[in-house]
Design a protein around this ligand. Sequence first.
Ligand SMILES: [Zn+2]
Length: 154
Amino acid sequence: MDSFRDRLETIDAFQDEFWVRCPRCQARAIVRCLTDEPVSLFAPRRIACGQCGFSNNWNSTAIARDWHGAPTDWYFRYPLWLQTPCCGEILWAYNPRHLDWLADFVEAKLRSPHPDPQRGWSNRSLAARLPKWMQSRKNRAAILQAIAQLRQSY
Ligand SMILES: [Zn+2]
């Protein structure tokens, strides 16, 4: 199943915050939604860098959401902060919560071939979207190592 509603719930899981590389100083900058409730896909966004003070606003009606393209945020298209080579691919996450979810998913694969029923529908949808190399048990150790490495960057 891949209904529009499912996709929205999937997006809602992690799209409220993107950690990216600042275009001016290369430090970590954060893209956040400017409205609180509900977090809408097309609500205004703002990027802010705590290092150099760079900031910019996004107000548009089109986003660049590509699950198979280069790992960037959907609004400004800056490279994600949390990305690293892994298994000949790029392991990436939008933010630490997303990275935690990936770690949980990869670890859970060892315990059970089925998703945890405690996790929401949105997370199951997201799991179904993960590339095959991330779902392969033989890559599990390498993926967890890459995640541990990324966690040292924040
Ligand atoms: Zn900066």
